[in-house]
Design a binder for this molecule. Structure first.
Ligand code: FES
Length: 116
């Protein structure tokens, strides 16, 4: 079980349980199931509408999801969230990205905050 806290300047924070390790539950699916009003359009990692900022609130495991998908890399670069240097550094230093696409990021067994 993972706890995912959705946070927005316009709404109150909402923390929900996620079934981790399903390999199919994305942050966007979890948000929709819990009536959290994240913006989205394509649901396929193409438009960048669902971009979110993810941070770890799990003191034991300071990771935020798996590595970026190829679609995320492309869209996050196109939208200016990440530069080529940022991406390079993440690969070299094996660092997670704080910027993610909610429709692409799979929930893992870790407690995270998702700002939308
Ligand atoms: S909804 Fe289009 S990239 Fe996620």
């Amino acid at each position: 079980m993972a706890l995912v806290t959705f946070s927005s300047p316009e709404y109150r924070d909402k923390t929900v349980y996620a079934v981790a390790g399903s390999h199919t539950q994305t942050i966007l699916k979890l948000a929709l199931e819990n009536k959290i009003p994240i913006n989205f359009e394509c649901e396929d990692g193409e438009c960048g509408t669902c971009v979110v900022k993810v941070s770890s609130i799990d003191k034991k495991h300071e990771r935020m999801g798996g590595p970026l998908t190829e679609k995320e890399k492309t869209v996050l670069r196109e939208t200016g969230k990440l530069t080529a240097e940022d991406l390079e550094k993440m690969i070299v230093d094996d660092l997670p990205s704080e910027w993610r696409l909610a429709c692409q990021m799979i929930v893992r067994d870790e407690d995270i905050r998702v700002e939308y």
